[in-house]
Design a protein around this ligand. Structure first.
Ligand code: SF4
Length: 183
């Protein structure tokens, strides 16, 4: 019987949620028995080569490329799961949502911030090759329909494991209090 196919990506996140997924330790071998990975940083497949059963998203949307990737995941994955606070509500990157207009945010980041050490020409990056920054950071559910939300920063490895196993086996998810984490 063919295995369910899983894709994962990191949008505006820190890769901590993917690190937490890898924290399932030796169960990663069981995971490879259970599922086949397609587009994912885990196997370095860059584009979808098959339609997928489950898409796992870390991070929210802060630029046009994030939106494009998220829409591609919605198109190619039957079930979309967001993991972590950045994907669920914007998380740390969404702290910039308090700075408006966006020009003020860019000036603070590239010109005025005390940590800017070397930008004597006062350049704010602006190139056609760069994705367009959005007016604010959007949680994934404000861009596409999301089926499941796994909280935490990062969600504990056991929670991600339990959720994945439940999704691919169709069994009820085990949700003991100890695996939940909301910060
Ligand atoms: S939720 Fe936390 S661990 Fe996950 S991408 Fe955001 S900051 Fe990183």
């Amino acid at each position: 019987m063919s295995k369910p196919i899983v894709a994962t990506t990191s949008l505006a996140g820190c890769f901590g949620c993917h690190m937490s997924l890898l924290d399932i330790d030796e169960r990663i071998l069981d995971l490879f028995d259970l599922v086949e990975f397609n587009k994912s940083p885990i196997d370095d497949i860059k584009t979808f080569t098959k339609e997928c059963d489950i898409g796992i998203i870390e991070g929210g949307c802060c630029n046009s490329e994030n939106v494009h990737v998220l829409q591609e995941f919605r198109k190619h994955c039957k079930t979309l799961v967001v993991i972590g606070e950045c994907a669920i509500m914007g998380g740390l990157p969404a702290m910039r949502n308090n700075v408006a207009p966006i020009s003020e945010c860019l000036e603070e980041a590239y010109l005025n911030c005390v940590s800017v050490q070397a930008n004597e020409e006062k350049i704010i990056p602006n190139d056609d090759e760069l994705p367009m920054i959005l007016d604010k950071v959007y949680p994934c559910h404000e861009v596409v329909k999301i089926d499941y939300f796994i909280p935490g920063c990062a969600p504990r490895a056991d929670l991600i494991w339990n959720a994945l196993v439940a999704l691919v086996t169709g069994n009820e998810m085990e949700l003991p209090y100890e695996v939940l984490k909301y910060d």
